[in-house]
Design a protein around this ligand. Structure first.
Ligand code: PLP
Length: 383
C-alpha cells in the first residue's frame, strides 16, 4: 500500500544531510561546550558556528539567539521571560484567539498569575486586524504576541503593521514564527519585532530543538536556572547535535526557499484542481486567506462528511493528513482556529489540513484526490 505523508506542518522528515551532520557531531564530538579543555572548546565551536549560521540567515546578531527545546519552550520563554523581567511593570498582554496552544495555554497561566490577557478575534480568513491590536492596547500593556502564520489554515498575519504600532506605543512584540520559518523569507534586521520563536522539526531538522530571538536590549528573565549557558538565559548543557542539525536545516531551507515555495504551490494547485475534477467544486471549501497564506498548508472542508471519518478513511488508504492543531489531533476536538474564524458548523466539523513538504510529488496529489473521491462515494452509498 502507498504511504503518503501530508502532515508536514506537524513534523517533517529529517533531511539526510541534517542526519549526517548530526551523526558526525554525535560520533565525533562528545565534549561539553562549557568545559575548558580541548574537547569542550571543540564543542563550543560547533555550537557557535551553528548559531552564527542561523543568525546570518535570520539577519540578527548571534547573541540575540537563545537555543531552546523547541517552539513550545521558545514561546513560553518569550512570554514568561519578558514579563518576569518587567517585574509587574505591565500587567496586560494582547494576543489572538488563533495562536498555537504553546501561547494560548501560557496566557491562561499568566491570567492565573494576575495578568489580564486580551484574545483578539480574527476575520473569516483567519487574519488578525492591526486596528484591533491598536484598540486593545492600554497604558498597562506589556507585550503583544501574534503568530507570523497560522499552523492550521496557513494564514499569514500583518506582522510588520502590528510591529510598527507596537514600536510607536513602546510595547514589546513577540512573534511565533514556527510555521513561517523555511516557508517565507524572514529578515529580522528589517522587521519591527522584539522576540521570535523557531523550531527545527518543522523544517526537516530534528525534534526537540528550537530558538528564541531576543532583540538586543530586551530583558529576559530565565525560566530554567542552573548553569550560565546561553548568556544566562537558558541553563542546561547545549543539545549540540540538535543545534548542529538545526543550523544545517536552516541552511538547506534558505538555499531552497523559492524552489520549495513553487513546488508547494504547484502541489496545492494540483490537489485543488484534481478535487474539482473528481468531486466537483461545490463539494469542498478551501479555508484560510485567498492570497496571504503559507504555500505548504492547505485546509479544506468536505461538508458531506466529517473530519474524523475522512481522516480515518484516508489513513486506511495510506494517506496521513491532520485535523485541528497538531497537538490536539488524535483527540479530534473542534479546532479553536476554525471556531474563531466563525465558520459554519458543517465546514468546521469537516476540515482537514493537508501540509506538503520534502518527498511529496504530483502523483501523491493524484492518488489523494482519487482516494478522497472514492471515500466520499463510498460514504454516500452507505448513508
Ligand atoms: N507554534 C506553532 C505555530 C506550531 O505550529 C508549533 C508546532 O506545531 C509550535 C509552536 C510548537 O513547536 P514545538 O513542537 O517545537 O514545541
Amino acid at each position: 500500500m502507498k504511504s503518503i505523508y501530508l502532515d508536514h506542518a506537524a513534523s517533517t522528515p529529517v533531511h539526510p544531510e541534517v542526519a549526517q551532520e548530526m551523526m558526525n557531531v554525535m560520533t565525533g564530538q562528545f565534549g561539553n561546550a562549557s568545559s575548558v579543555h580541548a574537547f569542550g572548546r571543540s564543542a563550543k565551536r560547533t555550537v557557535s558556528s551553528a548559531r552564527d549560521r542561523i543568525a546570518k540567515y535570520l539577519g540578527c546578531h548571534p547573541d540575540e539567539l537563545v537555543f531552546t527545546g523547541g517552539g513550545t519552550e521558545s514561546d513560553n520563554l518569550a512570554l514568561f521571560g519578558v514579563l518576569a523581567a518587567m517585574d509587574g511593570a505591565g500587567k496586560h498582554v494582547v494576543t489572538s484567539s488563533i495562536e498555537h496552544h504553546a501561547v494560548l495555554h501560557a496566557c491562561e497561566e499568566l491570567e492565573k498569575q494576575g495578568y489580564r490577557v486580551t484574545y483578539l478575534p480574527v476575520d473569516g480568513t483567519g487574519r488578525v486586524r492591526a486596528e484591533d491590536v491598536e484598540q486593545a492596547l492600554t497604558e498597562d500593556t506589556a507585550l503583544i504576541s501574534i503568530m507570523y502564520a497560522n499552523n492550521e489554515v496557513g494564514t499569514v498575519q500583518p506582522i510588520r503593521e502590528i510591529g510598527e504600532l507596537a514600536r510607536a506605543r513602546g510595547v514589546l512584540f513577540h512573534v511565533d514564527a514556527v510555521q513561517a520559518l523555511g516557508a517565507i523569507p524572514i529578515s529580522l534586521r528589517d522587521l519591527p519585532v522584539d522576540l521570535m520563536s523557531f523550531s527545527a522539526h518543522k523544517i526537516n531538522g530534528p525534534q526537540g530543538i528550537g530558538a528564541l530571538y531576543v532583540r538586543r536590549g530586551v530583558h529576559l528573565a530565565p525560566r530554567l536556572h542552573g548553569g550560565l549557558q546561553e548568556k544566562k538565559r537558558r541553563a542546561g548543557t547545549e543539545n549540540m547535535a540538535g543545534i548542529a542539525g538545526f543550523a544545517k536545516a536552516v541552511q538547506i531551507a534558505s538555499a531552497h526557499l523559492e524552489e520549495r515555495r513553487e513546488h508547494d504551490l504547484m502541489l496545492r494547485d494540483t490537489l485543488i484542481r484534481l478535487l474539482e475534477q473528481e468531486i466537483g467544486q461545490d463539494a469542498f471549501i478551501v479555508n484560510g486567506h485567498p492570497s496571504e497564506f503559507l504555500p505548504h498548508i492547505l485546509n479544506i472542508s468536505f461538508p458531506a462528511t466529517d473530519t474524523e471519518t475522512l481522516l480515518m478513511n484516508l489513513d486506511l488508504e495510506g494517506i496521513a493528513a491532520a485535523s485541528g492543531s497538531a497537538c490536539t489531533s488524535g483527540s479530534l476536538e473542534l479546532s479553536h482556529v476554525l471556531q474563531a474564524m466563525k465558520l459554519p458548523q458543517n465546514v468546521l466539523r469537516s476540515a482537514i489540513r493537508f501540509s506538503f513538504g520534502l518527498g511529496n510529488t504530483t502523483e501523491d496529489m493524484e492518488y489523494t484526490a482519487q482516494k478522497i473521491a472514492t471515500i466520499l462515494r463510498r460514504l454516500r452509498i452507505r448513508s
